[in-house]
Ligand binder design. Structure first.
Ligand SMILES: [Zn+2]
Length: 332
């Protein structure tokens, strides 16, 4: 429908005969004797009529259109608004399902895309990367928290010998396993680094009552090496932080805080899975090497003190399903 009226050109009191017409896709055509101009309706400012004043359209270039019949233009604009709303309503199921689909895609990206990318990247990394990262972490730990082991040379040699005999019977490892002895106060703990280093703390050696019990923990750490969990967790947290930054766009402090928490919980989920994998590796190896998982169960029991409170739990137990569930699982 063509709506007739007049137009004030920019910064001018001239009154030119003009007309406007609403086109499809939210466009509007302004016609004067000088020519046509097509604009997006959203760039046009609609000045609502005040009292007896007519409705006015202000264009980005400063020109203004005033219709002969204010009510006619109002009616046309209102009808357009209604059809737009109507269109949204009619498409609501489609809009809702695209939102659900988008949510699903995000979820899939985090549950499958990130692990897939992580494995790919870790496989493609040159061998020097896990070696350098491992050496750096070891150096940092030595500089800050660890002290030299107080175990006798003979005892260290004996454990190392058992360790290498075990490794020789296991499937080949992506990195060369090496055993190190350190002290970290009285913490019975062991940890695996990306370069193949497994660090055993004196208190763990003291806690184990038999060599097989200590072996079960070493096998758990070897499980981490087998699956390259350390390098994967480093690559994964970088990927997660990068994805969150991309998805949320500009990072405000608030987004940082929440995405930080999100990354933390997602990472916790992944590391619980890593602990289960390392456990399964240890269980299978215990069966292969000793025909039983009993020493592993006994070792886990040793972490529970008589008053029911567990010893300060090592890294791999904090992120773990409850100790009792773990022992039960082994019994099955
Ligand atoms: Zn672990």
């Amino acid at each position: 429908m063509i709506i007739k009226g007049f137009c004030h050109p920019p910064r001018s009191a001239d009154k030119l005969a003009a007309s406007v017409m609403l086109l499809s896709e939210g466009r509007l055509q302004l016609s004067t004797a000088q020519g046509h101009q097509v604009l997006l309706l959203e760039t046009v400012n609609i000045n609502e009529p005040l009292g007896r004043l007519p409705i006015r359209l202000s264009f980005p270039d400063g020109s203004q259109f005033i219709p002969d019949d204010s009510q006619l233009l109002e009616g046309v604009l209102k009808a357009r608004e209604r059809t737009w709303l109507h269109r949204v309503e009619r498409n609501l199921p489609a809009i809702a399902s695209s939102l659900v689909l988008m949510g699903l895609l995000f979820a899939l990206f985090f549950t499958h895309g990130i692990p897939w990318l992580t494995s790919g990247i870790v496989k493609a990394l040159p061998q020097q990367v896990p070696v350098l990262v491992g050496q750096h972490v070891m150096q940092t730990l030595d500089d800050n928290v660890l002290t030299p082991s107080e175990l006798s040379v003979a005892q260290q040699a004996l454990i190392k010998q058992r360790f290498h005999t075990m490794v020789a019977q296991l499937p080949p490892m992506p990195v060369k396993p090496q055993l190190h002895f350190r002290r970290w106060h009285a913490r019975p703990n062991a940890l695996a680094l990306s370069d193949g280093s497994i660090v055993v703390f004196d208190a763990l050696v003291a806690l184990a009552k038999t060599p097989e019990q200590l072996d079960s923990i070493l096998l758990h750490e070897l499980g981490h090496l087998h699956y390259q969990h350390v390098m994967k967790s480093i690559v994964r947290s970088s990927l997660l932080s990068a994805s969150v930054a991309v998805l949320t766009g500009e990072s405000t402090g608030l987004v940082d805080t929440y995405s930080g928490a999100g990354v933390f919980f997602v990472t916790q989920g992944y590391s619980r899975k890593a602990e289960l994998e390392a456990d399964e590796f240890a269980v299978k190896s215990m069966f292969d090497l000793y025909g039983t998982t009993e020493p592993m169960q006994q070792m886990l029991q040793l972490f529970i003190t008589p008053n029911g409170i567990a010893n300060e739990l090592p890294e791999w137990m904090n992120t773990h399903p409850a100790l009792e569930t773990r022992i039960e699982r082994l019994g099955e």
